[in-house]
Design a protein around this ligand. Structure first.
Ligand code: ZN
Length: 345
């Protein structure tokens, strides 16, 4: 039996439409009054967008209801679903803590409140009935000022019991305009011994080689094998892993056909670059991790052996998986049929 590791999932995009609909029904019916019924809402919530920017707008809808009071509600349901339907043994959950604080507060009050958000998310993620090893990745944001992003790095360093790394989110084209700031922030994060990933080379507008050496994993990175395969040698030498989230590229208009990913996988395998297959926004897409795997097999983008290599890579590159082996090696001992007396005699 295989248990999986998920390395790239946004808290904002992790709420499946049914859970969000029920929440609105109970607490904020005005937010869904324009939808005739659930299926109209689901259609709106999950339909593909034309650009990454339009797609990211949807996150703000969920962020607005994920407050310090409601986070445990959503996280409980997220972990329950991940345990029951996705066979997750390990989950890194990422989000921008600043965007979970009330926007009527001042910047410094919001920065102060981020510690509480990290603690609430950390405690809500440890559930006795749905045991999954979880940790948080704190996302700096391309639309937030330098001081807030630096405070996010400091927060990650001060809360290592809950946080395993940092990221930059918010659209890779915006990140590029402030490349010097990101280099400074990532350099600072590495000097504090923090693990790093970053949304980079996701779209054609977000290709900047200067930031690459600071990342231990690359959020998406699909434009490297597609457009700049000459960089793969260095990516392999730095042992960087690509976090590839197949459904995202169709929802954001980055790719037109999932089969375009075949080149991404082929070139990475050839160059010895690891890939972890992830969901990004499993709720927003209504596609859970096992279905991402299945889709790639169905379209002949990868074979079973390659899928297992990617599943292995996910555990190897996990920032907070506490064991040397994948859980499958533990379970095999339990589940392998033992020769019974009847068979022996
Ligand atoms: Zn992402």
């Amino acid at each position: 039996m295989t248990l999986y590791a998920e390395l790239h999932r946004h808290l904002g995009g992790s709420v499946v439409p049914r859970i969000l609909w029920r929440y609105f029904e109970r607490h904020s019916p005005e937010l869904i009054s324009r939808f005739a019924d659930y299926s109209a809402f689901e259609d709106f919530y999950t339909r593909p967008r034309n650009t990454l920017d339009e797609y990211l707008e949807l996150h703000t809808l969920v962020e607005s209801v994920q407050t310090v009071e409601t986070l445990p509600y959503f996280i409980y349901r997220l972990l329950r679903g991940a345990y029951i339907f996705e066979n997750l043994a390990y989950l890194e959950l990422r989000y921008t803590p600043y965007l979970r604080t009330p926007d009527h507060l001042s910047q410094s009050q919001r920065i102060d409140m981020m510690t509480e958000i990290v603690e609430v998310v950390g405690k809500a993620s440890k559930l006795r009935e749905y045991p999954i090893v979880t940790s948080q990745i704190l996302c700096m944001h391309s639309r937030l000022p330098f001081e807030v992003n630096k405070a996010i790095v400091d927060l990650a360093a001060q809360n290592r019991q809950y946080v395993c790394g940092i990221d930059v989110a918010g659209g890779d084209s915006y990140s590029r305009e402030r490349i010097d700031e990101w280099i400074k922030l990532y350099d600072y994060a590495r000097s504090l011994g923090l693990n790093t990933t970053g949304h980079l080379y996701e779209t054609t507008a977000g290709c900047d080689p200067q930031l690459l050496p600071y990342l231990m994993r690359i959020g998406h990175g699909i434009q490297i094998p597609l457009l700049y395969p000459e960089l793969l040698k260095d990516v392999a030498a730095r042992n960087q892993c690509l976090e590839v989230c197949p459904t995202t590229y169709l929802k954001t208009g980055t790719l037109q056909d999932i089969r375009q990913l075949k080149l991404v996988f082929d070139r990475c395998f050839d160059a010895g670059v690891d890939i972890a297959i992830c969901t990004d926004n499993a709720g927003l897409h209504n596609v859970r991790l096992p279905f991402e795997y299945e889709n790639l097999l169905t379209y002949n983008i990868i074979n079973f052996e390659q899928l297992q290599a990617c599943q292995d890579a996910a555990f190897r590159h996990a920032f907070a998986w506490p064991y040397r082996q994948r859980p499958v090696s533990l379970l095999n001992g339990l589940l392998n049929p033992q020769p019974t007396k009847a068979l022996i005699s």
